[in-house]
Design a protein around this ligand. Structure first.
Ligand code: ARG
Length: 488
């Protein structure tokens, strides 16, 4: 179809190397919608007649139905889906009609229109899944706001926190992932259609009208920018990669905590796997795989950035390499978020084990030092040193903070007199977390407040998402309405 300038047909090897027909099926319906909008615009601007437009649109509808019924068999010798559809329209309603569909358009703006239409829907899908995961974490935060566990730095017991505080931290991370996705959406949902090959066109097109029919927020003003740029692809992939890095952190915590040494959580039986040889094994594969699949999404981002690097302005064929990694990354992310959500929903939280692991550690040492500052009027560094030597001496005698007599004796040597009740009070991890006062701290009260704020955010984002989805639906309806009007 595109061989007018050539003496020979395309080499099968080059065709196999360069064709994108199979991958393009991903945005088949978007290509049809984009063509409908384009043809409606051509008729409105009297670039083609209403009659021509009606014929073309009828053909497009037939093709779309055929595709839905699994009967549209794309021809791989026709490079991509755009040429396949145009070819079918010409076949079906003749060159006199079908041959006019591609007036004032190029595949360069067409492929980008399809990509953006498809991608925006995919982003909304990921956002929805992340909102659900965030909700699950917030429910855990509320339920376990006062259930103590060790907080870690360097993977060493650091200070007591609560399981709810831990869950709220991940909900808080996800709110930034949601914001990144929402920002990416803004840069995705702008219309390249009408940019044509790179320079625009001498036909009196109305780009704002097509953008409206397709539910875009705006048109990309520069035709050259519209066809040259894939930063919206990289931006989305970056948001996805960062999201996966957060999920991989979450996974790592869960893998560790379901080990024999921790026993803090246990995945439900239907969300764990066994070993082919060791009958006793219950493996947290789901979390390991979310951690593992993160590599695929980082890979996709690198692939996209590498394709983009150093390309000259204008359309370059390299650019068609953007979609495969993008769709793959979206697939991995959607599944990973859903799996993580289901895994967390079914997991058993072993509160007793978490609390017990604080029994003989020294994680309330910071609180003891703080107490010496507040009640005994010591400078913090002095209190820190005294508490440090207390721990050193207790460890050397194989004692813990629970050995109150020893604690008192050792402190007294440093000139600190302290009552029994003070010691048991300060060194109790449960009381300790209730004493935290600062904004964003691990106190049950703050955990509830953080969770409430994040939940309000979550609801607002869900509302914004719904609005974006409704705008897309309204645009589809508008296109249908304009088609009906064209026929009257
Ligand atoms: N199949 C191509 C792509 O995926 C469509 C654009 C082709 N444009 C061109 N000038 N060869 O990017």
């Amino acid at each position: 179809m595109l061989r007018g300038r050539f003496a020979e047909g395309i080499s099968p090897l080059l065709l196999e190397f360069s064709g994108t027909v199979q991958g393009d099926l991903e945005f088949f319906y978007e290509d049809v919608w984009g063509s409908q909008a384009h043809v409606l615009m051509l008729a409105k601007q009297v670039i083609i007649s209403k009659h021509d437009a009606g014929k073309i649109i009828e053909c497009l509808e037939d093709i779309s139905e055929e595709f839905g019924a699994g009967q549209f068999k794309p021809d791989s010798s026709l490079e991509d889906i755009h040429i396949n559809i145009e070819n079918r329209v010409i076949d079906e309603c003749g060159m006199d009609f079908g041959g006019k569909m591609h007036t004032a358009r190029s595949r360069n703006d067409q492929v980008l229109t399809d990509t953006r239409l498809h991608l925006r829907q995919e982003i909304l899908g990921v956002e929805e899944a992340v909102l659900e995961l965030q909700n699950t974490l917030l429910a855990l935060a509320n339920k376990h706001s006062a259930d103590v566990m060790p907080g870690y730095t360097h993977m060493q017991h650091a200070q007591p926190i609560t399981f709810g505080f831990w869950a709220a931290a991940y909900a808080s991370m996800l709110s930034r992932d949601l914001e990144r996705l929402s920002n990416a959406y803004k840069h995705v949902n702008v219309c390249p259609l009408g940019a044509c090959a790179l320079a625009g066109t001498s036909f009196p097109t109305d780009r704002k009208y097509t953008a409206k029919l397709l539910g875009f927020d705006d048109v990309i003003p520069s035709a050259l920018d519209a066809v040259s740029s894939r930063d919206f692809v990289a931006e989305t992939a970056a948001a996805l990669a960062i999201l996966m890095s957060n999920l991989s952190k979450l996974s790592e915590d869960l893998v560790l905590w379901s080990s024999f040494e921790f026993k803090f959580i246990e995945f439900a039986d239907d969300f764990a796997t066994g070993s082919s040889i060791m009958p006793q094994k219950k493996n947290p594969d789901m979390a390991e795989l979310v951690r593992g699949k993160t590599g695929r999404v980082y890979g996709a981002l690198m692939q996209i950035l590498t394709v983009m690097k150093g390309l000259p302005s204008g359309y370059n064929r390299d650019l068609q390499e953007d979609r495969e990694p993008l769709w793959k990354a979206l697939g991995v992310v959607k599944l990973s978020v859903a799996v993580m959500d289901a895994g967390l929903k079914g997991a058993k939280i072993n509160k007793e084990n978490m609390k017990e692991s604080l029994d003989t550690d020294f994680s309330t040492a910071t609180e003891l030092a703080n107490h010496l500052v507040r009640e005994k009027k010591l400078a913090f560094r002095e209190a820190y040193t005294i508490t440090g030597s207390l721990v050193k001496e207790l460890v050397s005698h194989k004692k813990t903070f629970r050995d109150v007599v020893d604690v008192k004796k050792i402190l007294s040597k440093s000139g600190v007199e302290i009552a029994d009740w003070e010691i048991s009070d300060i060194l109790d991890p449960v009381k300790s977390v209730h004493r935290y006062k600062s904004l964003g701290s691990a106190s049950p009260k703050e955990v509830k407040r953080i969770a409430a704020d994040l939940l309000a955010d979550n609801k607002a984002r869900a509302g914004e998402l719904k609005k974006r989805q409704s705008k897309i639906e309204a645009a589809k309806e508008l296109t249908m309405k304009e088609i009906k009007l064209l026929r009257t």
